[in-house]
Design a binder for this molecule. Structure first.
Ligand code: ADP
Length: 255
């Protein structure tokens, strides 16, 4: 089976300002990949390119073996959970209706019931999305993303602004989807502790890819962890306006 993601030599600009520079990244079936990097590192841009939203890039992006410039049909095997959104309390759409919007292949109400059970939101099905807590809303958006049984789940900093109890529940659900339902997960996060707990693979991005390898390898290397901890990357960026040099002998650069 082709890899869920194969990215080669990806560069992307906004009005001439470089956001991603020659990024390559392979994601294997069953990976749980944590993408880390400071604000402005290009994580959202990477995801927008992978999702076929940002199309102004150089390089190649293959999703399940298919170049998404040529055909977008492979994107149907992918579910996406965006950054936390804020809703008007009175926005007139219920939990069940939000999840239904995620069904591309014809609506199956029993499948909606199933995902609501899995994500413990079945008791909320008739409530308006805007009146839920941030953690509940985020579970609704995972439900919408997985209702078609995607083989790959992509999430962009999905827990920003959510309380810790909901975050723990959310992480438990992700672990279960990955370990027990065979779902490959690509997830950007600012939370290194969570990445250490959940991810099997780590990618450190700061316009360029500075490390991509196993989580074990990343966390065993103290200098790598220190260098890529959010604080030090922020300081480095502010001081030098450049990404930090890769640690060690550079063997980790790229994939
Ligand atoms: P991250 O998700 O890691 O915080 P982004 O991908 O959002 O990083 O941003 C990468 C760079 O691209 C930043 O310098 C940001 O200001 C710029 N950028 C992102 N989106 C846009 C946009 N729509 N227009 C112009 N510049 C953008």
């Amino acid at each position: 089976m082709p890899r869920p993601i194969e990215i080669s030599g990806l560069s992307a600009d906004y009005s001439g300002v470089r956001a991603l520079d020659d990024v390559s990244l392979d994601v294997e079936d069953g990976d749980f990949l944590g993408v880390i990097g400071p604000n402005g590192a290009g994580k959202s841009t990477l995801f927008s390119c992978m999702l076929g939203i940002h199309t102004d890039y150089e390089g190649t992006i293959k999703v399940f073996g298919q170049d998404i410039r040529r055909s977008k049909s492979a994107l149907r095997k992918l579910g996406y959970v965006p950054q936390m959104m804020h809703f008007e309390r009175n926005f007139p759409i219920t939990v069940r209706e939000v999840i239904r919007l995620g069904m591309w292949h014809g609506v199956r109400e029993e499948r909606i019931d199933e995902v609501m059970q899995e994500l413990w939101i079945h008791e909320l099905e008739g409530r308006r999305i805007g009146e839920l807590s941030g953690g509940q809303q985020q579970r609704v958006f995972i439900a919408k993303a997985i209702v078609n049984d995607p083989k790959l789940l992509v999430m962009d900093e999905p827990v920003t602004g959510i309380d810790q109890t909901s975050i723990n529940l959310f992480y438990g659900i992700l672990k279960d989807l990955n370990a027990n339902h065979g779902m490959t997960v690509v997830w950007s996060s600012h939370d290194l502790d969570a990445v250490g707990m959940l991810a099997t693979q780590v990618a450190c991005l700061n316009k360029r890819m500075y490390f991509h390898g196993s989580s074990k390898e990343f966390f065993a290397d103290e200098s790598l962890v220190r260098l890529h901890s959010e604080g030090s990357m922020h300081i480095h960026m502010q001081e030098h306006k450049q990404p930090p040099a890769p640690p060690g002998n550079g063997a980790h650069v790229g994939t």
